[in-house]
Design a protein around this ligand. Sequence first.
Ligand SMILES: C[S@@+](CC[C@H](N)C(=O)[O-])C[C@H]1O[C@@H](n2cnc3c(N)ncnc32)[C@H](O)[C@@H]1O
Length: 240
Amino acid sequence: MVDSAEANAAIWKSEATVADWVATAGSREHGRTRAREVLAELLPFADDEAFTFVDLGAGTGAASRAVLDSYPQSSGILADYSPQMREEGRRALAGYAGRYRYVELDLGTGRWPDELDGGLQAVISSLCVHHLPDLRKAALFGEILGRLAPGGWFLDYDPVAAEDPTVAEAWQRVQDRRDPQAASGRSQRSPEEQARWENHVRHISPLGPQLQFLRDAGFEAVDTYWKELDHVIFGGRRPA
Ligand SMILES: C[S@@+](CC[C@H](N)C(=O)[O-])C[C@H]1O[C@@H](n2cnc3c(N)ncnc32)[C@H](O)[C@@H]1O
């Protein structure tokens, strides 16, 4: 039996899936503009400050680009375990040469590259942590805290699950109004699309416990800093 980590890796390391994901990214990104901006705004740096951030599960760098655009002196270390996503990212980031580099990191393992061992000024993540089981999310938040410099922030933009089915219905109702095509597409998924959907939702979990994971790891200033329906930006700071 294929476990969920293997299924997730098979999807993100598939040439065909990544090609499709990149081809359809434009329409998805359209609705994410504000979230991308808010995540960048939350970083505690002056507009002209030079700093380095780490983007976990960076993919083709959508979150990183928002930060790089907002802070022209910033640099990013983009961590992802998919060679296909890193390759696509190099194309998407062609205009940012010299301001970013990719590192290979499997967030499922707890084994980090030496260069991310400590003193990190800020860590961001976007649309990736939801792929990890809750036990791993909790451990990851501890690993991030241990690698941040004192006072360093971690901010995550991700979908969360509703604990109340009526809330889930309300979220779905709004999403379907906004994208009626997606609503009809749900009943017509190909087996491959269904596998990707199941992989997407498998480990999405409620927000409350994830905020508690951050507190338990030792973060302060833990909050949900932005929210729209099932998508949130949450995070906190390593105590100074
Ligand atoms: C939905 S994409 C999001 C990419 C990007 N952060 C964004 O906001 O567009 C998820 C990314 O997480 C990466 N990913 C998933 N599981 C991972 C893991 N265990 N370790 C490292 N990267 C992972 C995938 O390769 C993919 O690039």
